[in-house]
Design a protein around this ligand. Structure first.
Ligand SMILES: C[S@@+](CC[C@H](N)C(=O)[O-])C[C@H]1O[C@@H](n2cnc3c(N)ncnc32)[C@H](O)[C@@H]1O
Length: 192
């Protein structure tokens, strides 16, 4: 009797774990497929680069940073650890990255200054931004250019991993080949 009960409990636990696993897998597939050149999939920036990106963004206590296509917000959190008084806003249309971002925000206790929101990055109001971080696709950066020109305050910094904005002269570019990464070859820094 006792062993049957034990077996039943074990089976129930296994079933719940399987459901959680399948739900996680479904969320992951939704965040990765289908993607288009204007809807980049959830592929986070390399952890090896977050310190360099935070140094490059160089936020001040009064800064407001938007991470467009927030992912798990590892970059925003690295920036927050360097400058905990600035404000960090992540925008992501997919549920899985937002769940991971919320978990990271909670894990680091960054909830006062870091937040993530469901939304379309192309429809996000950037008028309050002083800094923007993107790891998207070339077409996405091109679509964002007129928005940057129209909405960003003079002097705002846009940092893009791997994808340049054609027709816009970067203030500087940082060669990432010494990091020897599969993804992450160049950091583009634009001043608007
Ligand atoms: C390449 S990942 C970058 C994630 C994160 N910024 C990083 O560097 O680790 C791109 C992210 O953009 C999100 N995304 C794609 N299209 C979007 C859109 N139109 N609006 C909001 N988020 C979008 C994806 O869900 C994904 O999390």
């Amino acid at each position: 009797m006792f062993s049957t009960l034990l077996l039943l409990v074990a089976a129930l636990i296994a079933l719940v774990m399987l459901i959680i696993l399948l739900f996680g897998l479904a969320l992951y597939l939704c965040a990765v497929f289908p993607y288009s050149m204007l809807t980049p999939p959830f592929v986070p920036s390399s952890r090896k680069l977050t310190t360099l990106i935070a140094e490059t963004l160089d936020l001040k206590p009064s800064s407001v940073m938007y991470e467009l296509g927030a992912g798990d917000m590892r970059v925003s959190i690295a920036c927050w650890r360097k400058e905990p008084n600035a404000a960090y806003i992540g925008i992501d249309k997919h549920m899985l990255p937002r769940i991971l971002a919320r978990f990271n925000i909670w894990r680091y206790g960054a909830g006062k200054q870091v937040s993530v929101h469901e939304g379309d990055l192309y429809a996000t109001d950037l008028t309050k931004a002083t800094h923007v971080y993107c790891y998207l696709f070339p077409q996405a950066m091109q679509k964002l250019l007129p928005k940057f020109q129209k909405e960003l305050k003079s002097g705002s910094l846009v940092v893009s991993l791997d994808f340049e904005i054609k027709g816009e002269e970067p203030e500087r570019t940082i060669d990432l080949t010494p990091y020897n990464l599969h993804l992450g070859k160049t950091l583009y820094v634009y001043r608007f």
